[in-house]
Each structure stands twice: as C-alpha cells, then as structure tokens.
Design a protein around this ligand. Structure first.
Ligand code: AMP
Length: 361
C-alpha cells in the first residue's frame, strides 16, 4: 500500500491498548492527530483515544471497518498476528511494515536476519522437539537458555538449562513449541538504542540507555550509558543498519549486551529488536526535546523527525505492582516526573507507571 499524506486533524489507527498505545495517542494528540485504538481488550490507551474498536484480531469485518476510518495503522506490540497486519496492509499503510513485524516476532528469523547483516548475537540453534534440544545442549553446553521462538516477553517463554536439568521436562514446560537454544553471554551490562527512521531514510537515535532488570522485568534505565564513544557509535550504527535493512518506518529499540573483556575492550552483542516504542525509551518524554512517542508519530506520518537532544542525564524507574502506591510522595518530590497508566489492579509484576528524574548539566 503506497504512502499517504497525513495532516493535523487526520486519524491514525493503533493496534493494542496498553500503556505504549496510551502514550503514543497522547503524543499524537499534541500534534493534532486523532487515534483510533483496536484491541480485543480495553486498556489504558482506550481512555485517551478519539475512537476505539474492541474486537478480535481475526475479526475481518471489524478490521475492515477500522481500516476505513484511519489513514494508516501502527502498533504498540510485536505479537500482532500476521493475518491482521496483512489484511490491514491491503487497505491502508501499516507502519512499521509487516515484514519488519514478521522478522522481529520470531527469535529464530530475527537472529538469522541479524547474523546475515554481520551483527553478532548469542550463539543459537533451532530446536523443534525434545530430542533436538538434547542435541543442541550437547553442542552449546550448559548453562544455556531455551527460548520459545514466539510470544516471549519479560522473561516469559524462556528457561535456563543447567547441569542436571531434565531437558524433556523443560521443553514441555515451555509448551513444547518451536524454540531456540542460546548460549549464555557473559555480559557486564545491558544497553539499548531507541531510534527512529522516516520514510525518506532519515535516521535519529537517542543516547544509549543502560537497563537494569529485576525478575526479568525492566526496573531502571539510565542515560546516557557510560561507555566509550566507540561503543556508543557502534551501537548507533548497528541500529541504523538494522532499520535500513528492514526498510523500517517508525521507532524501534535494539537491546544489546555489553561484554567487557580486559584484552578485547567493549563488544556489543544484539539480544533482540523491538519493532515499536520501548520501555527503555520512556525517559525521552521528560529528558529529551522530542519523546520517542512523538518521534514515532512524526516518522509514520512522514513528518520531519525531531531533535533527540537531552535536557540532562536521566534515570527512569518503572513503578511495578505495589510500587505505584508511592504516587503521592512522588508528586511532591522536586524534579520527579510521574507517569501513571490508569490501571486499577496493582498486581505483582504489572507495569503501573514510571517516574523520570532529569539531572540538568
Ligand atoms: P529476552 O526475553 O531475550 O529479552 O531475555 C530477558 C533477559 O534474560 C535479558 O534481559 C537478559 O538479562 C537475560 N538473557 C537473555 N538472553 C541471554 C543470553 N543469551 N545470555 C545471558 N543472558 C541472557
């Protein structure tokens, strides 16, 4: 589907109703763009959008009606079913394009894509059954990590294989689904690049972020990450290469491991690509001239990308589960920028909001 011209006052569609969709819709509204959210379940994005459709992703009638109301479609999560993306793409532009979605929603195709570009990943092997897992473990050794090819997030869909692990039981515990086995990367820090590419090939990256996880969920992001300028440049150029090869339009995040070796210095290994705005880019709303959410809207609308310059060094802390109960104290903390997603049930492990602190130079 060829590009369209988007003007302020137009409506765009977003698949998914989580906090990322909410923050995209809020950024779009600031630029005079209306958003229509399509999702099987209501969620935080429904509260802030001009239009909503609550229907299944395989409901072709609802998808066709949605496509008729919007000038283009984007998404806030990578597990959009391929049928949904292709059905919509026959009617309106879907950005980032369905091929980028297909490559990045499958860990095996994603890793092969990266290696074909000459970008290093953890060593990996394709696993289709328990016998194949045994062969892969014999090759990669222990410890190693079994990950389902699809639908993994926040540590779900993965299991560590250790000495003595029962391989058949572990394979079954992940649903017996097609998987990959990864070698363990001896990283010292986890980093990510959040960047945007426009339809004309314009590319803008934010400062490299450093991410700390707790129980596999992002806990704290700081930026700029303290790395050598050569590492920061290598991270940026890998991301540009990925975006170019995907013919990507919109914001993407590339998660990386930093391996620090006394002899070899700093090496980057790519863990995964998120074809969407990303939790490690939330600091950009308060800490950069243009937020990642606005940048995504600008990119998909074919508008000029904004400046990624920072207002200072930043720390973004996720409010997970009961952390959110501190909202009153955070409201009175000088310099703390509080973001709440409007979710009611502060279940353990649930992302309820975040707080950003910007230290001015
Ligand atoms: P993922 O779902 O692939 O993002 O993995 C979740 C987390 O598990 C990462 O943020 C890392 O902390 C850890 N992890 C994943 N893959 C590897 C690996 N190959 N080696 C070491 N740690 C890993």
């Amino acid at each position: 589907m060829a590009g369209v011209t988007i003007e302020p006052g137009d409506t765009i569609g977003i698949l998914g109703s989580g906090q990322l969709g909410r923050m995209l819709a809020m950024a779009a509204a600031r630029l005079g763009i209306r958003c229509h959210i399509f999702c099987p379940d209501s969620g935080p994005a429904f509260d802030v959008a001009a239009g909503q459709t609550r229907a299944a992703y395989d409901d072709d009638e609802a998808l066709a009606a949605f496509a008729a109301r919007v000038k283009l479609v984007t998404y806030e999560f990578e597990n959009v079913p391929s049928h949904t993306a292709e059905f919509l793409a026959q009617r309106v532009p879907v950005l980032p394009n369905p091929r980028a979605l297909a490559i990045t929603q499958d860990r095996l195709t994603e890793k092969r894509f990266l290696n074909d570009l000459g970008i290093p990943t953890a060593p990996f092997l394709d696993v289709v059954d328990a016998a194949g897992l045994a062969r892969a473990v014999a090759q990669l050794g222990r410890p190693s990590i079994l990950k389902t090819r699809r639908f993994g997030y926040d540590g779900k869909g993965q299991a560590m294989i250790r000495e003595g692990s029962d391989l058949a039981a572990i394979f079954q515990s992940l649903g017996g689904s097609p998987s990959i086995l990864e070698g363990v990367v001896p990283f010292s820090r986890e980093l990510s690049v959040v960047a945007a590419r426009g339809p004309d090939g314009a590319f803008e990256a934010y400062a490299l972020s450093e991410n700390q996880h707790e129980h596999h969920i992002l806990s704290v992001t700081t930026a700029p990450a303290e790395v050598t300028s050569a590492t920061a440049e290598a991270a940026r150029s890998m991301t540009a290469k990925i975006a170019e090869a995907l013919d990507y339009v919109g914001v993407l995040a590339v998660e990386m491991f930093l391996v620090e070796d006394a002899g070899k210095g700093e090496t980057l290994i790519v863990n995964e690509i998120a074809p969407r705005v990303h939790n490690s880019g939330h600091w950009t709303t308060d800490g950069a001239v243009t937020s990642q959410f606005e940048q995504h809207i600008r990119a998909i609308c074919g508008w000029p990308l904004g400046s990624t310059a920072m207002h200072g060094s930043v720390e973004m802390r996720n409010l997970i589960g009961p952390d959110v109960h501190a909202w009153r104290e955070l409201l009175v903390e000088p310099g703390a920028c509080l973001h709440l997603y409007g979710k009611h049930d502060a279940r353990a492990g649930r992302k309820m909001g975040h707080v950003t602190r910007v230290r001015k130079p």
